[in-house]
Ligand binder design. Sequence first.
Ligand SMILES: NC(=O)c1ccc[n+]([C@@H]2O[C@H](COP(=O)([O-])OP(=O)(O)OC[C@H]3O[C@@H](n4cnc5c(N)ncnc54)[C@H](O)[C@@H]3O)[C@@H](O)[C@H]2O)c1
Length: 282
Amino acid sequence: MSHRGKSALITGGASGLGKHLATTLHAQGAILLIADIDDDRGTAFVDSLNKERPGSAFFKKADVTVWEEQVDLFKVAVKSLKRIDYVVANAGILESRFLAHTSPSAVEYVKPDLTTLNINLIGVIYTSHIAAQTFRTQEIVQGFRGQIVVTASVASFTAIPNMPLYSTSKHALVGFVRAFGAQLEPEGITVNAVAPNITRSNLTVQEIFDAVEAKGRLTPNEAVTAAFTSFLGNRTLNGQIKEVSMDKTYQRPLPEPLNKAVVDNIAELAEVHRVAYLPPKA
Ligand SMILES: NC(=O)c1ccc[n+]([C@@H]2O[C@H](COP(=O)([O-])OP(=O)(O)OC[C@H]3O[C@@H](n4cnc5c(N)ncnc54)[C@H](O)[C@@H]3O)[C@@H](O)[C@H]2O)c1
């Protein structure tokens, strides 16, 4: 598919899954704004893209956990890209230490390090929130004001022992994407997610990826990128999560409700809140 004339902002785009997606979109004609906390990697990547096609890629250093930095990021994006078609909220890390090893004689409680939640969840919420506000200022083109895709994980559907914060952050993104996608649907904005199994990147030490690959269980970057791009330009999918493991991609349905009371009560709550949060009139 061609993305000629389209533009994308990708957080965590200097490495791994975000970089692979960015490289693919760029090869298909898109212009890009790469956002990352890693200045060196981001600048080097964008330089290489601009050697291929001058003026086709921009880099902005931003920490997704800092609201003001994300606001600045989107201001730069609007200036550089003019219109933003796709926003990929992808920046993430593995587990920050939740339960520290305290000695039996410890007298003080140790506060948890919540960095993982701040990056993987709050950061994604900030990105999606500013993206939605930006899209609201844009005209509908080919059915969309704009599209958001979030990077979830297989940990969105299964808890990884020893990774309570990572599992929490990725589980939470499922609820966020389903609810926010449904909320923004009438405005021509989509919010979907990709939930990959282990895929080579710089998320952890390369020995893990080598070991998983040797056992034939590594998910190719190409499969993850294909899941990301399957949402782009697709008006039929909103609030959906595609799980990707090796050569298989599976669109995870909502779990079965316990009974009709769940469905009816949710519909009632949603209607009250739809009226309370109607989108602003142009
Ligand atoms: N690689 C996997 O096996 C795998 C599987 C499932 C989900 N994921 C998810 O994919 C996403 C991308 O990770 P990856 O595997 O490509 O790892 P990666 O480390 O290669 O890339 C993550 C990028 O995010 C950036 N980043 C980290 N903290 C940031 C912050 N506060 N602000 C801005 N940028 C920040 C890093 O500098 C890095 O460039 C993450 O959300 C991760 O949870 C990865």
